[in-house]
Design a protein around this ligand. Structure first.
Ligand code: ASP
Length: 308
């Protein structure tokens, strides 16, 4: 029997940001307000259990914070009294954190990331509604696995992407569409979504529990006029894996490709993704490097975990 407790873990972001002037939606400092204080401002949420895991602008997210967050998630998810978790997070790297947690937690209970595009001091902040919606999602029948909730939409960890630098509905799931919508505290699941548990992730928390040195994995982009200089420099610097944000269906500029071959000869793992906003690389016979069906930033997370 699963309990009803919702635990809210704070990591910072714009949702916890403050500006000197209430009308300022961009000139603010992220990660200023504690998660307990954020909840205190939202009627109905003040009694929830909170924990401040980090207090950062998510543009600065790193493996150490991911590890700490995953361990705290695993701890709370193990508690039979806990129904689900909510994580407050910056929007910039929310999709990567979602994928990391999906990959290492194998969570059956809901783990709901939420965020805001406007600081807590804005004239019309989006954070309080997103928090309410995230808690409603964590409590909703059918909710499972790592989800992201913002602007009334529920997205899955695999598809969710930040697609706009300013507007309040900054996230989407591309061609797949959202998993559902939050309407006045109720989640309406999209009918074509068989399960919020995308790919039935397996728990790999023990794999990361004691890691202090993470394998260096970088993203390089193929583009008109690309060269291999960045790749050669990264190999000299000891990179272990490279994700290529390829053009189209996994194609790579010949100069970059030559450098990637040199990198491979030096023992570096190479994985292809596409820089196209939607779709995935369709592999074909004779491909030199494997194709990930993830976006470049999530493919980087996957390769890093694979190299551990
Ligand atoms: N830079 C902020 C962050 O990702 C942006 C945001 O939260 O909207 O923490």
């Amino acid at each position: 029997m699963i309990g009803q407790k919702i635990v809210v873990l704070g990591t910072g972001g714009t949702i916890a940001g403050t500006a000197a002037r209430a009308g300022d939606n961009i000139g603010y400092t992220a990660a200023q307000v504690g998660v307990e204080q954020l909840l205190a401002g939202v009627p109905g949420l003040s009694g929830l259990v909170t924990e401040q895991v980090a207090q950062i602008d998510s543009k600065d997210m790193d493996c150490a914070v991911w590890r700490a967050l995953a361990l705290r998630c695993a701890h709370h998810l193990d508690d039979p009294g806990v129904r689900g978790l909510v994580i407050t997070h910056g929007t910039d790297t929310l999709e990567e954190t979602a994928w990391f947690l999906h990959a290492v937690l194998g969570a059956r209970k809901p783990v709901v990331l939420t965020c805001a595009m406007r600081p807590a001091t804005a004239l019309a902040p989006d954070g309080p509604q997103n928090l309410l919606d995230a808690v409603a999602t964590a409590q909703a029948p059918g909710a499972a696995g790592v989800l992201a909730v913002a602007a009334g939409e529920v997205h899955g960890a695999r598809q969710v992407q930040k697609v706009h630098p300013y507007r309040v509905n900054a996230f989407n799931s591309g061609e797949a569409g959202p998993l559902g919508w939050v309407e006045e505290g109720q989640v309406r699941w999209a009918q074509n979504q068989p399960s919020a548990l995308d790919g039935q992730a397996q728990s790999a928390i023990e794999k990361i529990a004691n890691v202090t040195a993470w394998p260096a994995v970088e993203i390089v982009t193929s583009h008109a006029g690309a060269s291999g200089r960045v790749v050669d420099a990264l190999v000299r610097d000891g990179v272990r894996g490279l994700v290529v944000a390829c053009t189209g269906n996994g194609t790579i500029h010949h100069a970059l490709e030559a450098a990637l071959l040199r990198a491979q000869d030096a023992g570096v793992r190479v994985v292809r993704s596409t820089r196209c906003a939607e779709g995935r690389v369709l592999p074909k016979p004779g491909d030199r490097w494997p194709a990930s069906d993830l976006s470049p930033v999530k493919a980087r997370v996957a390769l890093m975990l694979d190299l551990l």
